[in-house]
Each structure stands twice: as structure tokens, then as C-alpha cells.
Design a protein around this ligand. Structure first.
Ligand SMILES: Cc1ncc(COP(=O)(O)O)c(C=O)c1O
Length: 350
């Protein structure tokens, strides 16, 4: 099951195949109207469809899980344990990856009132359908999430089983390999779409830093800055300083563990702050309208928490400074569609 025959790097750790790869990409029709309503609608954007990595496993998380679950299997784990927000895509993808590999899952999920947890909608419905054990915690308890993960692991051990803990978002050095690999795919994609000597920026939604860390490590390993390919994350929670710190830490850990010689400095990390809006998982009407508009122009569904918010941020940046991302943008669609089926205000923009 573990397969690294098509290795991307001599130090690549073992990987279990879970995702449908490579994902395809295409130009968006969005913004190419004859009479754009806004200046930002004139930009042409290419979309990398990592929402098509799977159905139950859809999105960016499965790329990280290919390495994390390989490690869990190598450790002969019986249970995987992870954490996230109540509608966590990562938690749902982990629960399904576990089920597909014959393992059990425990998900520690943050919610406003753990005594009255949210009903089965969106990702929660899928978590329950696949039989994950759900442990609801408050926002204040979330600060101690790593301790809670360790306690859950201890509980599994005491029952005679073998736990494997995956951090929030699958965002650690091992998970980052998912996007080191994705960067190899993107380089091939960009070969077909980029104009030589014209800078291209890969723009992604940043939520726990692992996708960004992997893309930046991949970009370093492949020497992409010299080829005019840059990477920029739009954070959907926290702030720029927080993500620079997280991404540097993940990259440093990966460099130390696999001697990659791909050091990522603060100057390499472009985090575009200012688009968190009302806060994590809270939408403004204009963000929801962007989700509606791209759906109508291209038949592509973005999600309200990550990709819709980041894509709206991208349009806002382009409207303010058309040269902000060079001459072309490749937007990474990291999935998240099930989040649309949780209670939200999306119906108000239909
Ligand atoms: C749909 C979606 N897009 C983007 C992200 C952000 O990725 P990362 O956590 O690696 O920063 C996440 C998860 O946090 C996600 O679920």
C-alpha cells in the first residue's frame, strides 16, 4: 500500500495513495465579461483544482494525509486522533482516510457550547456517518488542544490500542510533503500556461500554515523564484506575524529532519493580511456574493471559510494593485465544499 516509487525527492518519506492526482487546472471565465462591473473583474485567473483530489477526501488535506497516514500505518496505529473547528475539513478528511485504511478516528472539535454540540450538517454529518468518535471542546479549552490530543492518545493506549496523533490541519513537517509534491505538479501545469519571463504567483488560502510551508519548500527545492514563480498566502484567520512564525517553524523542522537544504526565510513568506473580515468562519455578504458569482460564471464551488474568503481577498488586492501578483495568478482551490452545507447566510445572496 505504501508507495514511493515515483519519488519526487531522494529524501521523500513513504506515502500512501489516497488522493486522485494529478489534479487538473483551467482558466476561469470569471471576470472576462464584455462589460465588467468592477475593475478587478478584468483579471484572468488560472485555477488549480485541488478540490478534485477526491469526494469524501476532497481538498488539500488529503495530500498531507498521504504522508501522515503512511506514518500511522508504519507505526501500526489502530486509531488516528486529530482536532479542528466544528466544521473542520481536515478532521473530516482524516476520519475518512482512517476508515479507508481500516483505522478508527477520534476528532476533537471546537464549538461555542460543548454541552449542546451542533447538529449533523456539512462536515459534521460526514464525521458522524463515518463513525468518528467526536469530542466537543469549548473555545477556551482549544488553547490546550495539544494536551487534549495527548490525553485522548493516553486513553486509547490504556484500552490496549495504538494511537497516532495528527496536529491541527495536518500542518507539520511530514504533512508539508503533500504540498512539496503538489509544487512539482504545479510547475508542470505552469509550464503550459505561463509566459516566459513574466512572473506568476500561486495564491492559496492559509488556515494552519501547512499548505504554505509545503509550497514554499517545494518552490525552494525547485528554484522557482529564479524562474519568476512566487507563492502568496491569504490568511483566513490569525494574522501575518502568526503565519510567518508557523510556516518558518514547519519549514525549519522539515529541513532539519530530511536535510533538505531548502531554508525558507521570512522574506520568502508572502502572507497577504487584511482579508479575515468578520473573523474565522464568519462571512461578509460580499464574500458570499463572490462565491455565487464564480459559481455562475464557471460552475466552480468555493467554500465560505477558506477558498471563498481568499479568492475575494485576491480580487480586492488586484483591484487595489493590478501588479501585486505579477502578470498571472494561479489560484489554488483547496476544497472545502462541505462547509457550504452547514448553516450560513449563503441563501441571502441567491
Ligand atoms: C478548504 C481549505 N482550504 C484551505 C485550508 C488551509 O490550509 P492550511 O491549513 O494548510 O493552511 C484548509 C484548512 O485549514 C481548508 O480546509
Amino acid at each position: 500500500m505504501i508507495d514511493s516509487i515515483d519519488s519526487i525527492h531522494e529524501r521523500e518519506p513513504p506515502r500512501v495513495r489516497l488522493a486522485n492526482l494529478p489534479t487538473r487546472g483551467h482558466w476561469l471565465r470569471f471576470g472576462q465579461n464584455d462589460r465588467p462591473r468592477d475593475e478587478h473583474e478584468r483579471f484572468k485567473i488560472w485555477l488549480k483544482r485541488d478540490d478534485l483530489t477526491g469526494s469524501e477526501l476532497m481538498g488539500n488535506k488529503v495530500r498531507k494525509l498521504e504522508y501522515l497516514m503512511a506514518d500511522a500505518l508504519a507505526e501500526d496505529a489502530t486509531h488516528v486522533i486529530t482536532c479542528g473547528g466544528e466544521q473542520s475539513n481536515h478532521a473530516r478528511a482524516t476520519a475518512f482516510a482512517a476508515a479507508q485504511l481500516g483505522l478508527k478516528s477520534i476528532l476533537i472539535l471546537r464549538t461555542d457550547d460543548p454541552e449542546n454540540p451542533p447538529g449533523p450538517t456539512g462536515n459534521i454529518l460526514l464525521d458522524r456517518l463515518v463513525g468518528a468518535e467526536l469530542q466537543w471542546i469549548s473555545r477556551s479549552a482549544w488553547r490546550d488542544r495539544n494536551q487534549l490530543l495527548a490525553e485522548a492518545a493516553e486513553r486509547v493506549r490504556r484500552a490496549g490500542d495504538r494511537p497516532y496523533v495528527i496536529p491541527e490541519g495536518g500542518s507539520n513537517a511530514l504533512g508539508a510533503w503533500g504540498y512539496i509534491r503538489a509544487m512539482h505538479e504545479l510547475v508542470e501545469d505552469l509550464r503550459g500556461i505561463a509566459v516566459p519571463d513574466h512572473p506568476v504567483t500561486i495564491v492559496y488560502a492559509c488556515g494552519s500554515g501547512g499548505t504554505g510551508a509545503g509550497l514554499l519548500l517545494g518552490a525552494k527545492l525547485l528554484g522557482l523564484a529564479q524562474r519568476g514563480i512566487r507563492v502568496a498566502g491569504i490568511n483566513v484567520c490569525d494574522d501575518r506575524a502568526y503565519f510567518i512564525d508557523v510556516i518558518r517553524r514547519i519549514c525549519a523542522e522539515a529541513n532539519a529532519r530530511w536535510q533538505l537544504d531548502a531554508s525558507v526565510a521570512e522574506a520568502d513568506i508572502d502572507i497577504v493580511d487584511g482579508h479575515v473580515g468578520r473573523g474565522y468562519a464568519k462571512s461578509r455578504p460580499e464574500e458570499l456574493a463572490t462565491i455565487r458569482d464564480i459559481c455562475r460564471s464557471d460552475g466552480v464551488v468555493l467554500d465560505p471559510v477558506y477558498t471563498g474568503k481568499a479568492f475575494h481577498g485576491l480580487l480586492t488586492e488586484l483591484a487595489a494593485d493590478p501588479a501585486r501578483f505579477g502578470t498571472a495568478v494561479a489560484f489554488l482551490h483547496t476544497g472545502g465544499m462541505f462547509g457550504l452545507f452547514a448553516p450560513s447566510d449563503i441563501a441571502q445572496v441567491l
